[in-house]
Design a protein around this ligand. Structure first.
Ligand code: HEM
Length: 419
């Protein structure tokens, strides 16, 4: 039986934090292998790369998620013991809840709310000298996501809540103050959401039946019981926070419109849905999720390699988008590459792969694509603006990363076209 190549380094935890997005792909190239082994937080971890490995990783027969997500990520990004850590029937039941929010009608409702917010904010931008797009888009998304989810939000709360959702995401790869800010934001956010769940169950708040707040508050687990208040609060936030996180992709999309400006005409004039190709390329080209993790359910063998029960397994997400075996000229921003691309659920996994219901693929992938398309159309056609000199570089050693300036815009004017 062949041995999995081992990184001779005793423990790579610090290297992962220091090197960030490129860590796994660099090692994969160095060892010239789509499978290798490192030590992470004192434990053995098998690292996988490429579509064939992704197909294995997303087969729930071989892997579980319980124990796979470090506590520091749970206490910032997604909440302790949330859907991301669940397995089998328990996961399926929770995932059905999330997927019930992703119907065409529900997505349409979100898009309508967002269209109004884009106009409202653009009107405000006309009055101010300079706009930091990332911060503004977080607010736009926060307002629309809360309204969509049936979560009451006062105008004066918006800047703080939007920033705190952002801090939860920003905290997952950070140490020191960044991690602490993420944790504090989550503590405050969960308290807020617990209040909403309690108010719904007490009949003091009555969101409509199609909202996340209603569905989560009254969701029953496989044992027939309601979620406890804390878990309901966490899952309600899991429906809102990631919508706010789309601000990162929208900011990268603005960078792409600016740096690859010939595509602006294509977006305007093309008879096909060019925005679809454009946002897929944004999700491929720019970094967001670095990797995902799971735990081996029971001993098994794959390509003669032995996977012992209980071993941590990491799947490279960032590197999967940059390998020239699957992407021609991966360092070139080229939306047309998606024209003939056929989704097989494993070769393009910026938000995870495999099946939505039986696996852990991101529940909000369709929403993400639609929200990004609307944003690209609005930034391209709904407003005019100048892009002043600024630092648009993003640091691949920081997870998650963002253009340093957050994308500054000046002299914003509405064109009268809807979002
Ligand atoms: C899971 C990325 C937007 C809800 C995930 C996963 C990734 C991801 C990588 C984990 C996949 C895995 O564990 O294998 C992203 C990115 C987004 C985004 C980059 C863009 C900002 C959204 C949106 C929603 C959402 C808009 C909901 C409104 C979820 C949920 C899960 C999840 C509920 C857990 C799924 C499960 O464990 O079965 N996302 N996501 N995400 N995402 Fe997203």
């Amino acid at each position: 039986m062949p041995q999995i190549i081992r990184d001779p380094k005793f423990d790579s935890t610090l290297d992962v934090l220091r090197q960030g997005y490129t860590f796994l792909y660099d090692r994969s190239r160095k060892f010239d292998s789509d499978i290798f082994q490192i030590r992470l937080m004192g434990m053995k971890a098998i690292c996988l790369h490429g579509p064939e490995a992704a197909e294995l990783f997303y087969d729930p027969e071989y892997f579980i998620r319980k124990g796979a997500i470090p506590r520091r990520v749970q206490t910032t990004l997604m909440g302790v013991d949330a859907i991301q850590t669940r397995d089998n029937g328990e996961h399926r039941c929770r995932k059905e809840l999330f997927m019930s929010l992703m119907t065409p009608e529900s997505r349409q409702r979100l898009m309508g709310l967002l269209a109004k917010e884009w106009q409202r904010y653009a009107q405000k931008w006309e009055q101010i000298e300079q706009v930091v797009l990332f911060n503004e888009v977080q607010e736009i998304l926060c307002r629309a996501a809360c309204a969509w989810a049936g979560v009451p939000l006062q105008d004066e709360e918006v800047p703080t809540r939007a920033r705190e959702f952002g801090n939860m995401v920003d905290g997952f790869g950070g140490v020191g103050p960044r991690h602490w800010r993420g944790k504090q934001a989550r503590i405050r956010g969960e308290k807020w959401m617990r209040g909403i769940i309690r108010a719904i169950r007490a009949g003091e708040l009555q969101p409509t039946v199609d909202t996340a707040a209603y569905k989560v508050a009254w969701h029953r687990e496989p044992d027939g019981k309601l979620l406890d208040v804390q878990m309901a609060a966490i899952e309600l936030m899991n429906a809102v926070r990631p919508i706010v996180a789309i601000a990162t992709y929208i900011t990268f999309a603005a960078v792409a419109l600016h740096e690859y400006s010939p595509y602006r005409q294509r977006l305007r004039n093309s008879s096909e849905d060019y925005a679809e190709l454009f946002v897929q390329e944004v999700r491929r080209y720019f970094p967001f999720t670095p990797f995902v993790g799971a735990i081996v359910r029971d001993d098994f063998t794959w390509h003669d390699f032995h996977f012992p029960k209980g071993t941590m397994v990491l799947l490279d997400v960032y590197g999967a988008n940059r390998d020239e075996r699957w992407w021609q000229d991966p360092e070139v921003f080229w939306p047309d590459r998606f024209r003939h691309w056929q989704d097989n659920a494993y070769d393009f996994i910026p938000q995870g792969g495999g099946d939505f219901l039986t696996g852990h693929r991101c529940a909000g992938e369709w929403i993400t694509i639609e929200v990004m398309k609307q944003a690209v159309h609005f930034l391209n056609d709904g407003i005019t603006y100048d892009v002043p000199a600024q630092d648009l570089r993003y640091d691949l050693t920081r997870m998650p990363t963002l253009p340093a300036s957050g994308f500054l815009m000046t002299r914003v004017h509405r064109t009268g076209k809807a979002a």
